[in-house]
Structures are given as C-alpha cells and as structure tokens.
Design a protein around this ligand. Structure first.
Ligand code: E4P
Length: 214
C-alpha cells in the first residue's frame, strides 16, 4: 500500500519525506488555508520535495471553472493530480481531463455507487472519506471493503485512496483490505513509527551499552 501524506504544511512534507515513508501527497482547501500561504506556492514547494502524485483541489464547482482550474493545476508540474469533487459536473471534467492525459483524484466520496461512477468516468484515484463516515456513526472501512471488491470485480484501474484517516487502526485496516493508497496526516504517520516496547528495549540497550568495557 502506498503512503501519501495528507497535509497543507510543507514542513510536515519535508520531515516525512526525509523519513523515507512518503509516496505522494494530498491537500485540500481546508488544509492549505491553515498554512496561511498561497495554494499554488504550497503545491509548487511540495512538488520539489516528493516525486509522486500530488493532489491539488479545484475551488470551483461549475464545469467551466473546474476544467479551467484543472488545466491550470496540470501546468504546475507533471506530478500534480487534479482533485475534483464527486458531483455531476465533476464527473464530466474527469472524463475530459482523462482524455487529455491529465490524472484526477475524485474527492468527497461517501458511497460505493459514487466510487463506481468515478471509475467509469476515468478517475485515476477515488478518495472515500472514512473518518467523516465514522463521525456520523457509520463504519467508514465498510465503504473501502465494498469499493475494493467492486473495482476488483471489473477492469477499473482507478486506485482506491483511503482518505479522512484519523488513527493507526484505519491504516492497518486499509492495508488488510488491499487498498492501493492511504493518505495519512503527519501526526498519525508519527504514531505508526512509535511503539512502547521499542522505546523500552532501546533504553535497556543504551544502559547495557554503557557497561561494555571500552
Ligand atoms: C484528503 O484527500 C482529504 O481531503 C482528507 O483526508 C479529509 O480529511 P478530514 O475528513 O480529516 O478533513
């Protein structure tokens, strides 16, 4: 399973990239707004740090606006994947961009049928938001299971990108289900690294290392 970092913070990308654990990046307007920086500047800086798919989202919701922004994002860097909301005009834009060789990540997916439509339209990635489903007392991971099964039943090459990840269990469950990608906030990535037995074992090795004659 590929690991993307889900952030609008370039410093987080730099640190995670140095740890060697990042295959790509996802952003969204809410994440970038927190940085206080210009959207384009953030994406350009990210493209210099990670050689992999970097999702940048359109802000328009009408066909012409989304298509124009999609073309603008595609010019920024060949690694930029245009993030398009899962709405009717969004699917039209996905189809056109696909025909032009521009990859899309269809976002705000909350149902298996939406995922099926995004795949039919030609999305490179589908982003089901599992944490937001958990937030309303549904089981987000059930949606991932259904989408993985449906995509595997046919010849879709759309990758399942598990989004709205909130904890390490989401990452493990996504991997067990065979999702292609999990996009993970920086804090959760760091939680994946740590284990109390690692810390305890290391402490003992350091103590014992001091007893070795030099
Ligand atoms: C990433 O592509 C999504 O925009 C992001 O994972 C949403 O996460 P949230 O539900 O925690 O805001």
């Amino acid at each position: 399973m590929k690991f993307f970092i889900d952030t609008g913070d370039v410093a987080e990308v730099k640190e995670a990239a140095a740890q060697g654990i990042i295959d790509g990046i996802t952003t969204n307007p809410s994440l970038v707004a927190k940085s206080g920086k210009k959207y384009r500047d953030v994406v350009v800086a990210m493209c210099e740090l990670v050689d992999g798919p970097i999702s940048a989202e359109v802000l328009s919701t009408d066909y012409d606006g989304m298509l124009r922004e999609g073309h603008e994002w595609a010019k920024v860097h060949p690694n930029v994947v245009v993030k398009i909301p899962l709405i009717a005009d969004g699917l039209k834009v996905v189809k056109i961009l696909k025909s032009e060789g521009i990859r899309t990540n269809v976002t705000l997916c909350f149902s298996p049928t939406q995922a099926l439509l995004a795949a039919k339209a030609g999305a490179a990635f589908i982003s089901p938001f599992i944490g937001r489903l958990d937030d309303i007392s549904e089981t987000g991971m059930d949606l991932i299971e259904k989408i993985v099964t449906i995509y595997n039943n046919y010849t879709f090459d759309t990758e399942v990108l598990v989004a709205s990840v909130r904890n390490p269990t989401h990452v493990v469950d996504a991997a067990l289900l065979g999702a292609d990608v999990c996009t993970i906030p920086f804090g959760v990535l760091q939680q994946l690294i740590r284990h109390p037995l690692t810390d305890l074992g290391l402490k003992k090795f350091i103590e014992d290392g001091k007893k070795i004659p030099v």
